[in-house]
Design a protein around this ligand. Structure first.
Ligand code: FCB
Length: 462
């Protein structure tokens, strides 16, 4: 603490990127406008079950009609990078074939506007919203052809934007997309099958590798990477069996992807237990997947906890998301159970020591929080107090600075999210933004945590 009672702000290396992130389906709206085709997420959120979130899905936070307001706020925050995704079906309404020029113009305008303001665009090519027509044609990523259609789509966007955009993220969180969309059925396209899970994971990675080749040949100076969700996994209670369960869960959620990308293999120990689900892998696939990239994108929120359970077929382990077993994993009184900032340091050290210390961008980190919105007499938003989120960001960024001090090659950090947005099946009920959004009026206001982030950026010795 310094004399004013403020925690001192961590310093990051010169050139470090301070950004915020979003995804097309979660912000754009304009779901059926100007030639855009429906995506699997449009279809999924029109199920009667999600009727209460229809506006969130169709209008989101309306950036398709106005991105200027948010750009102004990004400048006010002092961001020097912005991560956003492209809607595949806005660019290729059928997923392949004819391009929709209005879709491409929209993204081209956004890229120009960012560059004019000195904000580096980080584009996620695929953040889960596959064109419905393509999913109907090839079964989505369950079908191997999706990898090729995806690479064709990547080529289209790099042809149009690659002269100005230098940072490309091929895919967002293949684990989530395969797991929630194809194993648990909680996300689009709503499939529930362990066979589908592994096929999707393999085909996503294959699509990634094919896209890396295409992007490189079109834009040799491009920086290309993939974004993985990452979870340090700890044993629920510290017994030998639970430690083994945690190791197995780690293979399943983390190493499956890291080993494929950085070593060109899937972990053998995984197939020893899950052999019936092994997807068809053709010769040459693993070499394509392991094509060298320029960076690893990491989304980190919280760890997982695993315990041995012989009743669970094949897995013999249960993985708890986010509910820690007692006080051992509570690092801060205000934050309470769930967040675990040191996990970020631990992950960074793993990449440093076990995966060749690749350049890493933390492409998502952030939290939902209780907030107090203060309005003036005319009803305009004056202040948004969110001390919980500020504390969260302080502690995670401290750990990140510590990891850099310990030699991890971390190049940038993106808060999830820039503004409150449409959180998939939770609609507007899960605000995580640095910027508050009044969803009835689209009014925006920077939250206290946003001002804290601005001060952190300003405080960097340059
Ligand atoms: C990640 C997703 C992102 C958002 C955050 C909260 O898994 O990539 O779109 O939903 O979680």
């Amino acid at each position: 603490m310094n004399p004013e009672g403020m925690t001192s702000l961590p310093q990051f290396p010169e050139g470090f990127l301070f950004g915020a992130a979003t995804a097309a389906f979660q912000i754009e709206g304009g779901w059926n406008e100007d030639g855009k085709g429906p995506s699997t997420w449009d279809t999924f959120m029109h199920r009667p079950r999600y009727a209460q979130h229809q506006r969130a899905a169709e209008v989101a936070v309306d950036t398709y009609h106005d991105f200027q307001t948010d750009l102004g706020l990004m400048v006010e925050l002092g961001l020097n990078a912005y991560r956003f995704s492209l809607s595949w079906s806005r660019i290729l309404p059928e997923g392949r074939g004819t391009t929709n020029s209005r879709g491409l113009e929209y993204y081209s305008g956004l890229v120009d506007a960012l560059l004019e303001r000195g904000i580096t665009p980080f584009i996620t090519i695929y953040h889960w919203d596959m064109p419905q027509a393509l999913a109907d044609l090839c079964g989505g990523f369950i079908g191997r052809d999706a990898a090729i259609y995806y690479a064709d789509y990547a080529e289209v966007v790099v042809r149009h934007l690659g002269d100005r955009v230098k940072h490309w993220i091929t895919l967002n969180e293949p684990w989530e997309h395969a797991m929630f969309g194809h194993f648990l059925g909680e996300h689009a396209p709503g499939k529930r099958s362990p066979w589908a899970y592994f096929r999707v994971a393999h085909h996503e990675l294959l699509g990634h590798g094919l896209a890396v080749e295409r992007i490189r040949s079109l834009a040799p100076d491009a920086q290309v990477g993939i974004t993985l969700s990452q979870f340090p996994v700890y044993p629920m209670q510290d017994t030998a069996r639970n430690r083994a369960a945690a190791r197995f869960a780690d293979l399943f959620v983390n190493r499956f992807y890291l080993d494929a990308l950085y070593r060109g293999v899937y972990p053998d120990d995984l197939w020893r237990r899950l052999w019936p689900f092994k997807p068809p892998i053709r010769s040459g696939d693993m070499d394509i997947i392991a094509r060298p990239t320029n960076f690893l994108g990491v989304n980190y929120y919280s760890p997982m906890f695993a315990y041995h359970d012989w009743r669970i077929p094949f897995f013999q382990a249960w993985i708890e998301r986010q509910t820690p077993p007692g006080p051992a994993y509570i690092e801060d009184e205000l934050l309470g159970p769930g967040p675990y900032p040191s996990g970020l340091h631990e992950l960074a050290i793993r990449y440093r020591d076990e995966y060749g210390n690749p350049p890493v961008y933390i492409t998502e980190n952030g939290t939902k929080a209780d907030e107090q919105v203060k309005r003036d007499a005319a009803g305009r938003i004056m202040e948004v107090h969110d001390p919980y989120r500020q504390r969260y960001l302080e502690l995670y960024l401290d750990q990140l600075a510590r990891a850099i001090g310990d030699g991890a090659d971390i190049r940038g950090y993106f808060v999830w999210s820039l503004m409150d947005l449409n959180e998939w099946t939770s609609g507007y009920t899960y605000p995580m933004g640095l910027i508050h959004v009044d969803h009835a009026s689209q009014e925006r206001a920077i939250k206290d945590s946003g001002y804290w982030y601005r001060d952190l950026i300003r405080s960097q010795a340059r």
